[in-house]
Design a protein around this ligand. Structure first.
Ligand SMILES: C=C(OP(=O)(O)O)C(=O)O
Ligand SMILES: [Mg+2]
Length: 399
């Protein structure tokens, strides 16, 4: 019923104005799915390979499409993804590109859901899913690789942990973003926006902490539920010759651990992503030992949605949470495997967008399908609200 008839690939624009891969999958019974690959800027060294778009499309047309058309069922996601892996023949999708692979993988899932007449989250997660919703972590101030002349820390994330519903949480994050805009205006601090729509003022990290703390407190008082905040420190981007360089601050590994542990205490942080380098399993473990009962220590560049790297982390208690980015590993099946391994080992999952995004809302469904406790997908901007509004629609059963 869901046998793939046609796979079409094209280049479209992402939110940075770069080209990215879009895939259409059509089944013999008339099912249709369309998906597009996102793209990172602060990419981890161990991520699957994103090829230049024209190369990725040409290679996928040559190697993957003939193996899928007329041969593989879109409803059998494992077979779709195994076929992509076999067509590629490498560990890291360097032949057809993780950008082609993830677009086809996600488009096939959507085509199968279309044939079944089920929402994507139900096709991926089963009939009993749809009752739990992730807490959205919303980037409200940021810099690093996502904006020039802004904070050294990549992301300050609003975390509406006490929100009674996903809709309240989404609106609260937007309100925090708006409140920060007002505070910056009052202070006469000009601010552009970074790649993910967060404010990117030219202020120090210390000033950003005060600003975000004030905004979440103000909005929390207004909406009547608890809003905390968290960070993506993207430390691998700042790690040079054994030291962490954040603006004028240079810290050894031990100093970085002390600094982050101090921030967790001082600001009661809900979440800290990539506080240390992408190879620093032992240092991660030391920090998790110190503050892991108070906050989430999340591996993004550390784990790159890869079960082998996650297993190595689980072995040494490196973290208590993992970021899940399907394009980091190349297929939905691989992302599911990482989620399953994480969940079985008590790690919280955070399904995530990339800094370069499209209108594609697959990750909203992936988060609901897997009962992910968190989703990180920005706060404002059309490519971010595409996912946030989809969560609201899923909760409203208005798909
Ligand atoms: C979303 C992120 O940024 P990028 O997509 O640039 O890796 C991140 O680092 O978590
Ligand atoms: Mg990150």
């Amino acid at each position: 019923m869901t046998r793939i008839e046609t796979v079409r690939l094209r280049a479209v624009l992402d939110s940075r104005g770069n080209k990215t891969v879009e895939a259409d999958v059509l089944t013999e019974s008339g099912g249709f799915g369309r998906a597009a690959a996102p793209s990172g800027a602060s990419t981890g060294e161990y991520e699957a390979i994103e090829l230049p778009v024209n190369e990725a499309i040409a290679a996928a047309r040559e190697h993957a499409v003939p193996r899928l058309e007329g041969r593989v069922y879109a409803g059998d996601q494992r077979e779709v993804d195994d076929t992509l892996r076999a067509a590629d023949g490498t560990e890291d999708f360097s032949e057809i590109g993780a950008n082609s692979a993830v677009a086809i993988s996600m488009a096939a899932a959507k085509a199968a859901a279309d044939v079944l007449g089920a929402p994507l989250y139900q096709h991926l997660g089963g009939a009993f899913r749809g009752g739990n919703f992730p807490i959205p972590l919303g980037n409200v101030v940021g810099g690093g690789e996502h904006a020039q002349e802004a904070t050294a820390i990549q992301e300050f994330l609003s975390a509406p942990v006490g929100a009674p519903s996903v809709k309240d949480a989404v609106f609260a994050n937007a309100q925090v973003h708006g409140e920060i805009g007002s505070l910056l205006e009052e202070r006469g601090t000009p601010a552009a926006k970074g790649d993910e729509g967060a404010w990117a003022p030219s202020i120090s990290d210390a000033e950003a902490f005060e600003l975000v703390e004030e905004a979440v407190e103000t909005v929390s008082d207004d909406v009547g539920f608890e809003i905390k905040f968290g960070l993506d420190m993207a430390a691998a981007e700042t790690f040079e010759d054994g030291e962490y360089v954040y603006g004028d601050e240079v810290r050894s590994t031990e100093e970085q651990i002390d600094y982050v542990a101090g921030l967790v205490d001082e600001y009661d942080l809900a979440y800290v992503e990539d506080p240390l380098d992408e190879d620093a399993y032992e240092a991660f473990a030391e920090l998790t030992e110190r503050v892991g009962s108070q906050t989430l220590i999340c591996g993004d560049d550390l784990f790159v949605t890869n079960v082998e790297r996650l297993e190595a982390g689980i072995d040494v208690d490196a973290a208590n949470s993992i970021l899940i980015k399907p394009n980091q590993i190349g297929t939905l099946s691989d992302a599911f495997d990482a989620i399953e391994l994480a969940t079985r080992n008590g790690y919280e999952t955070v399904v995530s967008h990339r800094s370069g995004e499209t209108e594609d809302a697959t990750i909203a469904h992936l988060a609901v399908a897997t009962d992910a406790p968190f989703i990180k997908t920005g706060t404002v901007g059309g490519e971010r609200t595409a996912k946030l509004n989809e969560l609201i629609r899923i909760a409203d059963e208005a798909l």
